[in-house]
Design a protein around this ligand. Sequence first.
Ligand code: QUE
Length: 336
Amino acid sequence: MADAPAVEVLVDVHRGVGRILLNRPKALNALTTDMIAAIDRALAAWDHIPLSAVVLGSTNTKAFCAGGDIRTIREHSLAGNTEASERFFASEYRLNARIAEYPVPVVSLIDGLCMGGGLGLSVHGPFRVVTESAVLAMPETGIGFFPDVGASYFLPRLPGAIGMYLGLTGHRLDAADALYTGLATHFVPTDGLDAVGDALAGNPGDPVDVVLNRLGGRSPVAESGLAKVRGEVDWAFGAPTLGAIEKRLHRLDTPWAAATLVAMGAASPQSLEITHALLARGRQRTLRECLDAELALTRTTIRTPDFLEGVRAALVDKDRSPTWRRASSGGLMPWT
Ligand code: QUE
């Protein structure tokens, strides 16, 4: 008999604390439709019982969650089965909204990689704990996609122009950067993570913030690199158009500006246009409106050559050398 498939989401309740652990280590916990359904079912089942907190984490230290299972999304697109992808994105964004509106505090434990869909699971909840090995990013412009999972809501609400910078470039944040931007709320060292659930269970009357501070406090591991270039970030990425941002980066002529131009030069031009327009509009939208706009955008984006090529280069052939279709013109793409 074949082995039973591994359970990719482990769920339990212990002493009044709900626990959801992602358990697809070989894919760095990249989210499938089934995993999203399992998380959603657990949260729905707990909606009416008096839990003191829900802890969301991973069974492995390499990754909290690398994003959505976009390799499968690409395969669906190639097979003409985009309905399956629509169901995936619709269920993922519904889950993002449920986490934002959840009556019990959701505490995400971000140890290792957290990209795209991993941020969608964590940032909409009130508590995001990072460890010394946390790496956070919204890298979608590098695969011909765009920052989704409510990124058009949460990125424009980061300080200054940091959100536009992160969304366009996919820049990776360490723990100190994540705390500096507000994407993370607390720091707990990796070897203290196992104690979080017990500490919350053992002190149900204490505010979650107080319990998390006792376990490590906000003390970051080092100074934030992002803080040091904040002036440059705000000036360059505060420009009103993509072209103006690039012009300002050239004018800056600093090591940071040069590296940033390289990152944007490697991204899909189509993705940069979509992302700039989406994030600019997201400032005035509610989370629900942002998720609806993103869902509409997925329908067109996942059929585009840049998305198929971007996922191919990053995750299928792993040559990291995508050949993009150039942006057809300046100005807005018809689908934004
Ligand atoms: C952009 C992304 C993703 C990405 C890389 C990007 C993403 C994602 C993965 C990923 C990584 C490792 C795996 C896997 C998927 O990488 O969403 O199955 O083993 O899931 O540049 O959006």
